[in-house]
Design a protein around this ligand. Structure first.
Ligand SMILES: [Zn+2]
Length: 290
């Protein structure tokens, strides 16, 4: 069927809606590495809160917040701004009034959801939901383009011509030249998906490989500092390629940076989850007067 310009315009609009974070592969890796760092007590609370989930592990729920767009569009829209923060170009210092109006950004979302998770007066369903948000957002804030530049919406509006042997995703497929293996995509999508994908491992083996490198030695810091560090990576590591062109060699070169971010995210996620989950009401049964 020949596409009419109208249909093309519609598809283009549908396919260029902002990307929402590491691919499921990246989120699963962060979550799995973090879960391995939790105490048995905190792990038991994960299992209790996620009881009834199809896959009751942190990895299993790590992409839930992105899936909301499809499963609960209204909630997906309401929480869309919680997946990222944008900074003005050249300024990576977090200013809540400027960068997080109304508390609708990833920094404040992580703090709010972590508080909800730790609050044992909240119903379990509320805490389970907060757990799923925290697992997802701590991953997202370590994807550099999720703390990117406001002028191009974290690289979403920065077009990239990507020449790679990797298979294009739905967005890339639409602008794909099979002969030269070149796809039209954008810088945000390159970081969400292609940099980690270039390792050629499934998420579980990839998590094993990163776990073998040990627990990352990074400061626990705060969500605002995590966002500032992601922003600084964009500024300092030359993540904007010359001429809007990238290839497999670029993905190789950038991958250690992405892997370091995944490992840092895992440590920090575990540090947020451990106190919020350990010492649950059941665990404290011993000290409750009988
Ligand atoms: Zn996301």
């Amino acid at each position: 069927m020949r596409r009419t310009p109208l249909v093309s315009a519609f598809l283009l609009a549908a396919l260029t809606s902002p990307a929402y974070g590491w691919s499921e592969q990246g989120h699963r890796m962060v979550a799995e590495l973090a879960q391995r760092q939790l105490s048995p007590e905190a792990n038991a609370e994960v299992a209790r809160l996620l009881e009834g989930e199809r896959e009751p592990t942190l990895a299993g729920v790590s992409a839930w917040a992105d899936q909301l767009r499809a499963t609960d569009p209204e909630e997906g829209r309401r929480t869309a701004a919680w997946h990222y923060i944008n900074f003005p170009e050249g300024d990576c210092s977090y200013d809540a009034a400027r960068d997080c109006p109304g508390g609708d950004c990833i920094v404040e979302a992580i703090e709010r959801q972590a508080e909800l998770l730790a609050d044992r007066t909240q119903p379990d369903a509320e805490r389970a939901r907060a757990l799923k948000f925290v697992v997802h957002f701590v991953g997202d804030v370590h994807q550099p383009m999720h703390a990117g530049r406001r002028d191009d919406r974290g690289g979403n509006d920065y077009q990239i011509s990507l020449r790679t042997e990797l298979r294009p995703d739905a967005y890339g497929r639409y602008f794909y030249d099979a002969e030269t293996r070149t796809q039209g995509t954008n810088l945000h999508a390159v970081w969400d998906r292609y940099v980690l994908l270039s390792r050629g491992l499934g998420w579980a083996e990839y998590a094993d490989a990163l776990a073998a490198e040990g627990v990352a030695d990074v400061p626990r810091a705060t969500p605002a500092a995590w966002a500032e560090q992601s922003c600084a990576l964009i500024r300092d590591e030359g993540l904007y390629p010359d001429g809007h062109r990238m290839n497999d060699a670029d993905l190789e070169r950038l991958r250690p940076l992405a892997e370091a971010q995944v490992r840092a995210a895992a440590v920090r996620l575990a540090a947020v989850l451990e106190p919020a989950l350990a010492g649950s009401a059941e665990g404290r049964g011993d000290v409750t007067p009988h």
